[in-house]
Design a binder for this molecule. Structure first.
Ligand code: AMP
Ligand code: MG
Length: 521
């Protein structure tokens, strides 16, 4: 195996001088050196060929013993220094202090075709940041992360990438619903790839400890290597950095809202400074359009991270990053201006995004009303978000409202719920919609085509992941392979996979792992 190493983070930033791999507070350091735990009987379940090529691996190399050894944590790649990062975070709105990579080990930093990547094993054993936990990950959550990251990539949503999925041969004890029923599950390791895994929390930890020396070192490093277009100096440099993070965070969340993704744990330690989706835990996809839904049972009471709240939480998290960077800037006004711009930009970008989902290319400020009416109507009876928007592209300019309604009916979970009153409201809405379509210059076919670029046909529905997991736990990876293929082209018609273009089945409605997920992983 031949990778081009380029250790930036570990070379430039201060390390933890304590070499003991024991849980503790780590001060004055960005990372601790740590070796992955050697698994007892690792085997490779899946590898992302495109991701491998991006980091400079050839297809033949993926079958080598070396590949499995390195990406299962059995063997260290020559001349590397695996490390766990020190960071803190706000969890569910509260300051949580030091967290850090408790079960993620960055095995190497590489470069290929002018791009830098960090390769990280998730579930490769304990680190000084593991606190009371084991540093391991189970197959179920590893499959969910592995598949979803790639699904997001192909949906056009910024994300970490998945290089490999390995089962370790070790058993891991988990109490899935935290109700005193622990059971052994198969252990697994995902190797994920990103430009870096620097989070808001990496800055927060130094600010909280008033360690301004390391705060500055980390900020300067991050800007130099990951935001090279920022040429300003002095405090302007940090202001531009914050602005760039704010913009990319906004863009990421806008995309989540477009495809119906609910992250589930938007703690500041799970926010990447690259504005990429990271740390797939109890995430989920909106099936019936319910803006108050969150898949995360830990958040059941307050639903802080519910679908409709994600843009607002993005802003809240950016406030925490602003506070963390403040010591380098010592002026609130420029930071506040950026935070204000987030709200305004989100509002206008959201309008544009929804216009694109509805097929409106011609500018029209009045669209806010028709969009709001739709959002209200989608919640009247259980209506599948993905199917609704996908089928909406079938509506023609000269359809009657009645015909239009028949085209989206497949999105209703129970057609009997669509009583006369609701049907009337839908017909009224379609009357306005078809009227509005008359403003569009392009043909029905062109509009439909454009809509199908933003309204996916296939997403990783919660029940699909669960079916895949149930089979994989028995050693059958057929569904995993199939979903991996399917989700490479989420916007395309794929007649051979039409069976996945369907609403959540009844059995999955209230099932653990489908509509309800805990943080146990
Ligand atoms: P998460 O909610 O998965 O983002 O995790 C929050 C914090 O808990 C991070 O610091 C993780 O590294 C840590 N953590 C989660 N699961 C484990 C585990 N099984 N072993 C050690 N640390 C963990
Ligand atoms: Mg995390």
């Amino acid at each position: 195996m031949n990778l081009k190493l380029n250790p930036l983070f570990t070379k430039a930033l201060p390390f933890d001088s304590n070499q003991n791999n024991t849980p503790r507070q780590v001060y004055n350091a960005c990372f601790s050196s740590v070796s992955p735990k050697v698994p007892s009987n690792p085997s490779l379940i899946h590898v992302g060929i495109d991701v491998a090529k991006q980091i400079g691996l050839q297809e033949e190399e993926l079958k080598s013993d070396d590949f499995l050894a390195v990406f299962s944590g059995t063997k260290m790649y020559p001349n590397t220094q695996p490390f766990a990062m020190c960071y803190a975070g706000h969890q569910f709105g509260n300051w949580a202090g030091q967290l850090g990579d408790g079960r993620a080990i960055n095995v190497m930093e590489v470069t290929h075709e002018g791009k830098n990547f960090t390769l990280q094993l998730k579930g490769a054993g304990p680190t000084p940041y593991s606190r009371t936990a084991d540093g391991l990950a189970v197959l179920r959550s590893s499959i969910r992360e592995y598949l979803c990251a790639e699904a997001m990539q192909h949906l056009g949503v910024p994300t970490t990438r998945s290089l490999s999925l390995v089962v370790t041969g070790d058993e891991v004890l988990r109490d899935i619903m935290y109700n005193g029923n622990p059971a052994y599950e198969k252990g697994a390791i995902v190797c994920r790839v990103a430009s870096s895994f620097i989070r808001f929390g990496n800055f927060e930890i130094f600010a909280a400890r008033q360690d301004h020396t390391n705060l500055k070192l980390l900020a300067d490093f991050t800007i130099q290597h990951h935001f090279p277009s920022i040429k300003e100096t002095g405090k302007e440099k940090y202001i531009h950095f914050f602005e760039a993070v704010s913009k990319s965070t906004l863009e990421m969340i806008l995309n989540w809202q477009r495809v119906g993704f609910v992250h589930g744990v938007m703690n500041t330690d799970n926010m990447s400074i690259h504005g990429i989706t990271i740390d797939y835990g109890p995430y989920g996809w909106l099936e019936d359009y319910n803006p108050t839904w969150t898949p995360n049972t830990t958040d059941n009471q307050h639903k802080r991270y519910r679908f409709e709240n994600q843009p607002q939480i993005g802003l809240w998290n950016l406030y925490q990053l602003a506070n963390a960077l403040y010591p380098l800037i010592e002026e609130t006004q420029p930071l506040e201006a950026i935070l204000d711009a987030y709200t305004k930009e989100y509002d206008s970008n959201y309008l544009q995004m929804m216009q694109s989902k509805l097929g409106f290319q011609t500018k029209n400020e009045d669209d806010r009303n028709i969009i709001q009416e739709l959002i209200d109507l989608l919640q009247e009876i259980e209506t599948d978000m993905t199917i609704f928007f996908r089928n909406l592209s079938l509506v023609l300019k000269n359809d009657t409202p009645e015909t239009a309604l028949t085209k989206i009916e497949f999105a209703f979970y129970n057609t009997n719920d669509c009583n006369e009153n609701i049907a009337l409201r839908w017909r009224n809405w379609f009357t306005k919609y078809i009227d509005r379509l008359q403003l569009e210059i392009v043909s029905d076919a062109e509009r439909s085509n454009a809509m199908n670029q933003v309204n996916p046909k296939y997403v990783l529905r919660n029940y699909m992941a669960q079916l895949c997991i149930d089979a994989a736990e028995k050693g059958d990876y057929t569904i995993l392979n199939e979903l991996y293929e399917l989700l490479q082209n989420p916007y395309q018609e794929q007649p051979e996979y039409e069976k996945w273009y369907t609403k959540r089945p009844d059995w999955a409605k209230d099932k653990i792992g489908c509509s309800m997920l805990s943080c146990s992983s």
